[in-house]
Design a protein around this ligand. Structure first.
Ligand SMILES: [Fe+2]
Length: 297
């Protein structure tokens, strides 16, 4: 029996605006309180040309322009997890618009793991202090008058959290659209069985709950989509729908993960995202570098 750490309230309907980042297939969201001008940004993206070592913020600037144009007040910047396929723009947006930056408390485990892999010195804190708030399972926070509930949904990574705001749930990489199935569970700290159990928690939300994905790759040539419902996932998800059992899911997920290459941007993403989206500190000449650990991943 799956239990939820809060009671969902479908009568509250936040306004959700999606921003699709084509190079990384990531969807960022602005979530607005219908009763005030308060909003949150979920999973923003920094632009990077990795081959050239060049970063930019055109995508983040579009989100900032949207917030300014609609005269919204940014209260939260949420990371559903430490992304391995894109770099966060949260500190950039925060520097322009304010707001608090939050992630799951297991960021500490992720920092421990990747602090070692990237051989970071003692100046890299592994206590999550780069963020303003570390969420635990069952935590809540407010976006104006909206109450956002946080559910720990690990498996893809240890710090994955699903944020449930009224009738909308932001699942990060816990689920994909029904025809996309589920995200990989083979990064350090990931686990297919844990992911299955987290997905069951998400699927125990009310059937009409709107679900918003962090990624979509348009499987089988369909157009990009990012919104579905719990009922639709239960009925149609190709990995966990129609009551797919835990052992079959684990076998499928592990076999599939063994065939997957590392994400193109995993090396820069982890170094930046474990620092809450900040670049590594400048060296003595004021220059910024990213590392490439050889045979380290
Ligand atoms: Fe991810």
């Amino acid at each position: 029996m799956v239990t939820l750490p809060f009671t969902p309230d479908l009568s509250i309907k936040p306004e959700v605006t999606a921003f699709f980042d084509e190079p990384t297939n990531t969807i960022s969201y602005v979530v607005k309180d219908p009763q005030s001008n308060a909003c949150a940004v979920i999973d923003s993206v920094m632009d990077i040309d990795y081959a050239a070592g060049r970063i930019a913020y055109e995508g983040a600037d579009r989100i900032i322009a949207y917030i300014e144009e609609h005269q919204l007040k940014l209260e939260w910047l949420i990371e559903t997890h430490v992304h391995a396929d894109h770099l966060s723009a949260a500190p950039y947006i925060q520097s322009k618009l304010g707001g608090k930056l939050g992630i799951g408390e297991n960021i500490k485990l992720v920092q421990e793991t990747f602090g070692k892999i990237f051989n970071e010195g003692t100046e890299f804190q592994r206590d999550g202090s780069q963020f303003d708030r570390l969420f635990t399972d069952g935590d809540s926070y407010e976006i104006g008058g909206l109450v956002a509930h946080v559910m720990h949904t690990p498996g893809h990574t240890p710090a994955c959290m699903t944020h449930v705001i009224g009738d909308a749930a932001f699942v990060g990489d816990t689920l994909f659209m029904p025809d996309g199935g589920s995200a990989r569970a083979d990064f350090p700290g990931g686990d297919a069985r844990t992911l299955y159990r987290s997905i069951q928690r998400v699927l125990s939300l009310p059937g009409e709950m709107r679900l918003f994905m962090c990624h979509d790759y348009g499987p089988n040539g369909r157009d990009i989509q990012w919104q579905t419902t719990v009922a639709d996932e239960i009925e149609h998800n190709i990995h966990v729908g129609r009551g797919a059992d835990e052992d079959s899911f684990v076998a499928m997920r592990e076999a599939r993960d063994a065939t997957l290459a590392m994400p193109r941007l995993i090396i820069p993403s982890l170094q930046v995202n474990m620092r809450a989206g900040k670049l590594p500190p400048k060296d003595d000449d004021g220059k910024v570098f990213l590392k490439v650990p050889i045979n380290g991943l």
